[in-house]
Design a protein around this ligand. Sequence first.
Ligand code: TRP
Ligand code: SF4
Length: 405
Amino acid sequence: MNSFSPQHSRVLSGMRPTGRLHLGHYHGVIKNWVELQNEYECFFFVADWHALTTHYDDPSLIPESTWEMVIDWLAAGVNSNSATLFVQSRVPEHAELHLLLSMITPLGWLERVPSYKDQQEKLKEKDLATYGFLGYPLLQSADILIYKAGQVPVGEDQVAHVELTREVARRFNHIYGREPDFEAKAEQAKKKMGKKNAKMFDKLRRAYQEQGDLEALEVARALLGSQQNITLGDQERLFGYLEGGGRVILVEPQPLLTKASKMPGLDGQKMSKSYGNTIALRSKPAELENTLKRMPTDPARVRRTDPGDPAKCPVWQFHEVYSDDDVKAWVQQGCRSAGIGCLDCKEPVINGVLEELRPIQQRAAEFEAQPELVRSIINEGCERARDVARATMEEVRHAMSLSGI
Ligand code: TRP
Ligand code: SF4
């Protein structure tokens, strides 16, 4: 819906530092980031405060996980020249916005987020009946809103958090976007677009407000987005005026749903650390070969002479990711007829994984050998992120009457 302004093209996403990345992260998240960074202005960050909401009793591993995760990102092709990489706790403005948003966020909104109860159920060994954990999705809203991000690449499990973010932004704009002379200022701003555009804006605004014409809304947004000669403040006013609200100070983001990747874990379930079925991006080739040789196959294939069924075998799922049609046909035929052994079958998969990881591991080694380079990438990213965050906070403080003293 927010098809407007440069902010539309800003992408933001974060990842909790949970240790070294594995192929599931690579296929499910990072490859997507690598594509996005070429198309959009991207901000990617390590959500270390978010890790603290569940690991408050033992935070000692978070710094190392943060460090290794950034190296894994860089190794996997996230490029610090295209994207801004930073660490959440190094941009304390996130915390200030979280606090300010907490003033206007009804408790019920947070209690209703599905992950709140789900995670408490799932992580029973932890006491997650904390204020910080309840606020987890609101902290995430602050992460997103502080950059005025238009698009947030996330998995299915995070969509509800982006939805909450949209509601919080709407509420914020509704409460604080109302200046006393809002209408007069908006009318003035409109005139600055020139006669023709102002007339067009009026027509579209009427079509939307009187007939609910969504297409008119889209066209009007595009019109506003393309204005070069009006200030950001006036643009915010006009966006709000268009929709019948106050100024749009915080931008409603869209979730950019990442397709579920086909990459399975070693046992055929989803690859996840909690299942112990992962292949780390930096696992040594010899180790990797061993692991893949030992991975389970169709349980019905006990002897080499027993025919098997790829549909019941996790190795087949790896072929779906790594093999071309010829190899897949060879597997289907050879498995069902017991013409090939499981080790034969695994060979192309082993090669596929090794080949995919080779350049990643090479880059990882280069970054490992240059900690000062990694450090400066993080430092520069944090500074760049902070500049944007500071600018938003000035607007937010002003809107909330906090900049007058
Ligand atoms: N909650 C996200 C997750 O667990 C991580 C995250 C924190 C995030 N802040 C964010 C993702 C902002 C996207 C945008 O994966
Ligand atoms: Fe699985 Fe391949 Fe063995 Fe068939 S031949 S059971 S697909 S590993």
